[in-house]
Design a protein. Structure first.
Lengths: 245, 281
């Protein structure tokens, strides 16, 4: 296992930013996840901290006290050294259904024209690839997914929509993702996922964690309606597969 | 219970925030000026975690349906009980049927109303702070009934605190942000010498500043942001994230406000001036 050179810096009075080399890589992301796990086990007051991993960084936020930076920095570096002792955290591949009917995929025709391919090609490419969750942010439950194939890269819409409906699956630049709730947005919408990604009534409001993987599969309208009802009444069985490191 | 007769301009229930869900993209939320909110709670011997009402610019009109004790702190909004002016920063008793209303905004922008035992609206993800869609509501509405415990006997330990005039200050204490190093000499000079104007785009998510400080083209990977993070957009606009601000962002984080300065900024409104003072870490 390779060790990265990490930088540990204060971020205001209550937070510390740890950064890995500035690149999008699974190796770096998994190294960060291992560190997060090690921190949770190692830090006595880990309950007082929130950790926000994203791409090549993790930010540690202390709930109440001002951070004694030089002391904490030393502890964090020690923690990084021990990150493999605990064994890697369990990660999952989530298979999420998407209905790509034109009723939902309101930009499919335009994207097909831009990419000079058929709608069928877009759906095939989008469902074939496995995406890694590099971060969750922007909206509660909004996943930053990496690994979009080059032939699906398309510019975001020049004029954002004031309203994109919950579950919309979009493409923008090198990214794909799902809008976890109704929101304004500038992504090209190619389908809709009937599964609730974020549910504030659950103790763990979002089943996906940073470091997990996502794969989409196409469903028809009848299946969409069925899964929608199942998810609303809480009997939808999420399709997940353990990832073995 | 307290009944809302008139909700005011933008009134919400807030506590010290929703801690522990930022890794799922949930903003921390909570009182914009947590300092004034704490004083309101301490006047009633409440826990610091008790939920208060955050009142923005124009106050609501509220009817007590149970007797209780209350206090108002933060911005001075000329509160009155049954039409008779009362002092802010003081514990008061309200009887069943009493009407609490607010008048002219004298200073600041956000007031905090605490009641004995706190407001008991729904707890979602360990907090009562309004934030849609985590909570069903994003602000209080006319005719809404807000649960409170009710209290008829209570002797305040501290009956009043001298209102502070600190929110008339305009200097914000800041630390270097993670991308501070991308700032040019000209930008640094503007940040340290200029006064900046609060833009009309200011709310619980973010405060924008009107003056531009020059373009930047730094490309970075999305990373965490905090309340008080000052972002610099490509066209040179400064955006200061607040309590409901998004948990991650892709704009350079050039400065980070000290905790106390976030509370101070929460008392500023459109057209007010602020300046930055850099502190060493």
């Amino acid at each position: 296992m390779s060790s990265h050179s990490i930088s540990v810096r204060p971020f205001g009075e209550h937070a510390i930013l740890i950064e890995w080399p500035n690149e999008v890589s699974e190796a770096i992301l998994y190294d960060i996840i291992d560190f997060v796990e090690s921190f949770k086990l190692d830090f006595q007051d880990s309950q007082d901290w929130e950790l926000v991993p994203a791409y090549n960084s993790v930010t540690l936020i202390n709930r109440s006290t001002k951070i004694d930076f030089s002391k904490t920095r030393y502890q964090l570096l020690e923690c990084y050294k021990k990150r493999k002792d605990s064994g890697p955290p369990q990660r999952y591949l989530w298979r999420l259904p998407v209905c790509y009917d034109l009723e939902f995929g309101i930009d499919l025709e335009e994207v097909a024209a831009t990419l000079d391919c058929s709608i069928k090609d877009i759906i095939e490419a989008h469902t074939k690839h496995i995406y890694t969750v590099y971060g969750i942010g922007f909206l509660p439950g909004f996943m930053y997914l990496g690994g979009l194939p080059k032939d699906l890269e398309t510019p975001r819409k020049s004029v954002p929509r004031l309203m994109v409906i919950k579950g919309s699956v979009g493409l923008a630049g090198k990214q794909t993702g799902i809008y976890p709730q109704d929101s304004p947005g500038g992504w090209n919408i190619i389908g809709n996922c009937p599964i609730t990604i974020f549910n504030a009534n659950l103790e763990n409001p979002c089943f996906v964690s940073v470091g997990d993987q996502i794969q989409f599969y196409a469903i028809n309208r009848a299946e969409y309606d069925l899964h929608k009802i199942e998810t609303e009444i809480g009997i939808y069985n999420l399709d997940k597969i353990k990832i073995d490191d | 219970m307290i009944k809302v007769i008139h909700p005011g301009f933008f009134t919400t229930i807030q506590d010290m925030g929703r801690f522990g869900y930022r890794e799922k993209g949930v903003p921390v939320c909570g009182c914009m000026d947590n300092y004034s909110a704490s004083i309101a709670n301490s006047l009633l011997d409440n826990s610091e975690m008790d939920a208060v009402m955050e009142i923005t610019m124009t106050g609501p009109k509220l009817e007590f349906h149970t007797s209780s004790f209350f206090s108002v702190t933060g911005a001075e909004m000329s509160p009155s009980l049954n039409g008779i002016p009362i002092n802010s920063y003081e514990a008061h008793k309200a009887n069943e049927g009493d009407i609490l209303s607010f008048g002219k905004l004298i200073n600041g922008f956000r007031s905090y109303l605490a009641v004995k035992g706190g407001f008991l609206t729904e707890m979602k993800l360990k907090s009562r702070s309004f934030y849609k869609p985590i909570t069903d509501q994003n602000r209080i509405k006319e005719y809404m009934e807000i649960p409170i415990e009710g209290c008829s006997e209570y002797s305040p330990i501290i009956s009043h605190i001298k209102p502070e005039s600190w929110h008339k200050e305009y200097e914000l204490d800041v630390y270097k942000g993670p991308e501070y190093e991308i700032l040019t000499g000209d930008q640094l000079k503007l940040l340290s010498t200029n006064k900046f104007t609060i833009a009309k785009e200011n709310n619980r998510m973010a405060y924008q500043l009107e003056e531009l400080i020059g373009v930047q083209s730094h490309s970075m990977l999305t990373s965490a942001t905090l309340p008080g993070t000052v972002q610099l957009t490509p066209n040179g606009k400064l955006i200061i994230l607040m309590r409901d601000g998004q948990t991650t962002g892709g704009y350079p984080r050039v400065l980070q406000l000290a905790s106390r300065s976030i509370a101070l900024l929460a008392q500023k409104k459109f057209g007010d001036k602020i300046s930055f003072q850099l502190l060493p870490h």
